[in-house]
Ligand binder design. Structure first.
Ligand code: FAD
Length: 323
């Protein structure tokens, strides 16, 4: 059954987030030959429209307003509700990002739609669109179908392969004027706490440190390794609680959920709450001096040793591979 499916494109720091393209790929599967319409929301974001077409969108609707420069739940839900009312889609896909997690339930309620959140795979099977999502902190997976109403899903970053970029694709770009009013809050400025770098939730490689790193200074070798691998630095709550790094780096049940291609855990014991945020990584390498550490139970490769010896050695070897 051909469907019209809407996706929300996310722009951050002047660039489209990769999850915008992953949402388009998921939408293509749901559309089953129907139309994929990407929605760009913000202030002066139209320049990104063509990129969404190259990545598979058939059409792009742009909603620009000064009050949409920064995300607010009120502002974005007004914008999205307007485009949904106009387009009447049969499917909607957002990224399972901080923005998508905030906005999707609010809209689902307004649309009286069910919401399949945190999806890691979408397929057509037996005449249904089947979603796979992790449950019980990633210990099991469930498969879900939507039997009635709009098919509304959020996709976890880094799990659904985006379509090949194709500059020969063409599609229309339309502006939609929406009155954004009665906002209870307007964000005037966003001040970043941490240094710019690769976004943890979209990073292909993460080098994460735990209490075993022992100090803020101890994170330096991890940063060097991450830099050589083009990755990001993450942390356990143990490291954050000890003041070695900012809480924005925390991975786990009460931190960020990540699924990189490679996760290198350094001096992390592997508490269940930490595993909840990283156990679905494609390849896990654990470095710990305790051979009994729980992290080895989920690791594909385990290195029993002192991280301060092992990490610099890895950095040196990867540097050699790069030249
Ligand atoms: P530790 O458990 O102290 O482990 C340090 C490890 O470093 C040890 O295994 C040790 O052998 C190793 N080590 C020490 N020195 C070296 C060295 N030189 N070389 C190599 N290895 C070394 N935790 C999270 O991470 N994320 C969460 O989101 C989270 N949410 C939580 C929510 C709740 C409600 C609760 C109760 C807890 C939560 N926790 C979370 C905390 C979690 O239970 C653990 O306390 C925490 O993950 C431990 O951090 P750690 O592994 O860095 O520290």
């Amino acid at each position: 059954m051909a469907r019209k499916v809407l996706t929300l494109a996310e722009v951050r720091d002047g660039s489209l987030r990769n999850v915008s393209f992953e949402a388009i790929a998921a939408a293509k599967t749901i559309a089953e030959g129907g139309e994929v319409v990407s929605v760009l929301v913000g202030d002066q974001v139209q320049a990104h429209a063509n990129e969404l077409i190259y990545r598979g969108a058939d059409r792009v609707v742009v909603i620009e307003h000064p009050n949409l420069k920064f995300y607010t739940s009120d502002g974005y839900s007004q914008a999205l509700k307007a485009v949904i009312d106009k387009e009447q889609p049969e499917g909607i896909v957002f990224g399972h990002t901080a923005l998508g997690k905030d906005l999707s339930p609010k809209l689902a309620i307004k649309l009286d739609a069910g919401l399949v959140s945190d999806v890691i795979a979408v397929e057509e099977a037996g005449g249904n669109i089947v979603f796979t999502r992790p449950i019980y902190s990633g210990k099991a997976f469930e498969k879900k179908i939507v039997t009635d109403g709009i098919i509304f899903a959020t996709v976890r970053p880094n799990n659904i392969a985006p379509l090949e970029r194709d500059e020969s694709r063409s599609g229309s770009v339309e502006a939609l004027a929406v009155e954004i009013k009665d906002l209870r809050a307007i964000v005037k400025e966003v001040v970043r706490k941490t240094a710019e770098g690769v976004d943890l939730t979209e990073a292909k490689v993460i080098v994460a440190g735990g209490r075993g790193v022992k100090s803020a200074e101890g994170f330096k070798p991890l940063q060097e390794l991450a830099e050589v691998l083009g990755g990001a630095v993450g942390a356990s709550r143990g490291a954050c609680d000890a003041g070695y790094c900012d809480y924005s780096l925390q991975i786990g049940q009460t931190g960020k959920v990540v699924t990189p291609d490679l996760y290198i855990a350094c001096g992390i014991s592997g508490a269940i709450q930490h595993l909840a945020g990283m156990s679905n990584s494609k390849v896990i390498v654990a470095i710990n001096k305790d051979p009994e550490a729980n992290i080895f139970k989920v690791a594909d490769y385990g290195i029993v040793g002192d991280l301060f010896e092992v990490v610099p050695l890895l950095t040196e070897e990867f540097k050699k591979l790069k030249v």
